[in-house]
Design a protein around this ligand. Structure first.
Ligand SMILES: CC(C)(COP(=O)(O)OP(=O)(O)OC[C@H]1O[C@@H](n2cnc3c(N)ncnc32)[C@H](O)[C@@H]1OP(=O)(O)O)[C@@H](O)C(=O)NCCC(=O)NCCS
Length: 294
């Protein structure tokens, strides 16, 4: 490593050498995708572009200029912000890169007075705990291993379009407490995205294309019965495989997913820093937007 690469991050991590932290640009989308692909994640070029354009996406490079570590902070309104895309290439782990990038993301959100939130893999949770994050509810990523036998509902949901954005953003906000209209808008405008509103317009679900699988979520509903009807519509119209992230407390949804041939892929924890109480599942949240978005 050349000396010019070792800058302010060193002061954040004691004497260990850490490459300089830089803001990512749209020219880094490919490098970001290479890191998320290597970790087996599902983010697309659209997702990386969204972190870069709407949030503060940071990274470190090797001597040849290749991206070797990333993290991003995405503000959701004035009160909260999401931290994600914490990725370090295998040969660069355990040098403090994730911790240094996280500290920069935290400083960005805290300067704006926003509560830092994130969804952690077990490996990530070890890093975040050492930075003071507390664990809230758990959830599981479910993966389909075949097309199930989805029943037709008496009052089927209707396909939603971009003109439903106000309703969808307001349902999402009431379920999560987060203002993430720009994110939902981005999902709805992407090629391959489909969304449904329940017949009583009190629930919705979005299915978007990922790198490895269709991601179903967020799913907001007035109860488990409505959630299952919405899921059925999304699943029947989705390309395989499908991923969805369901709070562990949603046992009816887990039982239904098992009957549709889904299996559990991996666990996550929602974490927050400096909140009065650890995060809890919103009463009307049945599937999340994905750990990168909450
Ligand atoms: C998790 C990950 C980001 C950690 O990156 P890193 O740069 O190695 O992390 P740091 O060097 O800042 O680690 C700080 C401390 O966290 C803990 N830690 C880091 N990775 C850990 C792991 N896999 N298991 C247990 N503890 C771990 C250790 O205490 C570590 O200090 P140490 O290296 O002195 O032992 C990296 O392993 C990675 O990219 N994994 C795959 C993607 C992933 O799971 N990202 C997190 C998503 S929430």
């Amino acid at each position: 490593m050349v000396l010019s690469e070792v800058q302010e991050a060193r002061t954040l991590t004691g004497l260990r050498e850490v490459p300089r932290i830089e803001a990512l640009t749209l020219g880094d989308v490919e490098g970001g995708l290479a890191l998320s692909d290597a970790a087996g994640w599902n983010q697309t070029a659209d997702d990386w572009a969204l972190f870069i354009q709407h949030g503060r996406a940071l990274g470190c490079r090797d001597a040849a200029g290749g991206l070797v570590a990333t993290a991003a902070a995405l503000p959701y309104g004035a009160e909260a912000g999401w931290i994600s895309m914490v990725l370090v290439a295998e040969g660069w782990r355990h040098r403090g890169l994730a911790s240094a990038l996280m500290r920069e993301c935290l400083a960005h959100l805290q300067a704006a007075g926003a509560l830092p939130l994130l969804d952690a893999t077990p490996a990530g949770a070890a890093v975040y705990r050492s930075l003071g994050f507390a664990s809230g509810f758990g959830f599981e990523r479910w993966q389909s291993s075949g097309q199930g036998d989805v029943a037709i509902a008496a009052e089927p949901p209707r396909l939603a379009d971009a003109s439903d954005i106000d309703r969808i953003a307001s349902l999402d906000r009431s379920a999560t407490g987060l203002d993430r209209r720009f994110l939902l808008e981005s999902f709805l405008f992407r090629a391959g995205t489909r969304a449904w509103l329940s017949a009583d317009t009190r629930g919705f679900v979005i299915a978007r294309e990922g790198r490895r699988a269709t991601q179903i979520g967020p799913l907001v509903a007035s109860g488990a019965g409505q959630a299952i009807v919405l899921l059925g519509a999304a699943l029947a119209a989705s390309k395989q495989p499908v991923f969805l992230d369901v709070p562990t407390s949603r046992r009816e949804i887990a039982a239904w997913l098992e009957r549709q041939g889904f299996h559990r892929q991996r666990p996550f924890f929602r974490m927050s820093l400096g909140a009065a109480h650890p995060p809890v599942v919103g009463e009307r949240s049945f599937a999340l937007a994905g750990p990168e978005f909450g």
